[in-house]
Design a protein. Structure first.
Length: 45
């Protein structure tokens, strides 16, 4: 399972069940993909 976080997008690479699992995990923390991108970027800075 790989998660590529670019400045304007998120790419999930893996088996279907892995992608679904990760989406459910991130949905608990972030409401939108934009929130996810901004939240992850702030943690890295």
């Amino acid at each position: 399972m790989k998660v590529y976080l670019q400045p304007n997008s998120v790419t999930l690479v893996g088996k279907a069940w892995q992608v679904r699992y990760m989406l459910k995990k991130y949905m608990a923390e972030y409401n939108t993909v934009q929130d996810w991108i901004e939240g992850r970027h702030k943690k890295q800075v």
